[in-house]
Design a protein around this ligand. Sequence first.
Ligand SMILES: C[S@@+](CC[C@H](N)C(=O)[O-])C[C@H]1O[C@@H](n2cnc3c(N)ncnc32)[C@H](O)[C@@H]1O
Length: 250
Amino acid sequence: MIFEAIRHILTPARREVRALGYVREAIAIEARYGRHHTAWASHLARCRLNILAAAKSLPPASTIMIIGSGALHDVPVEALLSEGHKLLLVDIFHLPKVRRRYRKHDRVHFIEQDVTGLVKNLYQRKIIAKTAFTLPKADLVISLNILSQLPINLIKYAARHNIALPDNFARDIMSGHLALLGPGALLISDLERRYEKDGVPLETEAALPVPGLSTPVDQWDWHIAPGGELDRKISLTHQVGCWHIQSPSP
Ligand SMILES: C[S@@+](CC[C@H](N)C(=O)[O-])C[C@H]1O[C@@H](n2cnc3c(N)ncnc32)[C@H](O)[C@@H]1O
């Protein structure tokens, strides 16, 4: 914990990114990955497999954009590069050590972008107002374990600063993200969170209150917080789904 706090102070980041907790979260995810990489392994492998399957039909030297790239644990970077693809890695924050790993690679590009467009206004003006942004074009767009996360830090910051949120705030952010992805994109996201005590289900909550998502083409469990992480006896498992986003029906 002390190590994480020191690292947080020393890691450079834009003010709003730090204030809304994205740096703290990136450091915490790294630490959690260190503690639970064995429990996470099958989830990470399944993400990589689905990404490789989606990239298989692309011609060599295509451009692949990954939104929610973070620390890249769930991205088959080397395999995609070996096909000659160019990677656009989009996240509000990448740890310096992640950027350093590919600093000299001319086909790996890090893009630090808030994909809700809300973070800066919420921090600077304490209002909910969207700043328009564009992402570069890509042959394949992948939204990777980010969809359900998008409203979380915004809601926490608004609560800390008594900023009123519009009705359906979380749902609208997620719907906006799906619209940003567009048809042909690959979506990987948790869809349900399951708390268990000594292996007995305690509570299940839906992670995706967005209408219009079809049945996932693949589904698996991510043992994100085995017993001992959140509580001595309680564990948390995410049910994760994978979708190929279709064109809206006419
Ligand atoms: C669960 S992590 C994804 C896992 C990641 N691929 C990894 O291996 O570390 C969710 C990611 O969403 C990013 N994120 C959350 N809100 C964001 C926003 N508004 N814009 C862009 N990225 C955001 C976080 O920074 C984090 O890296």
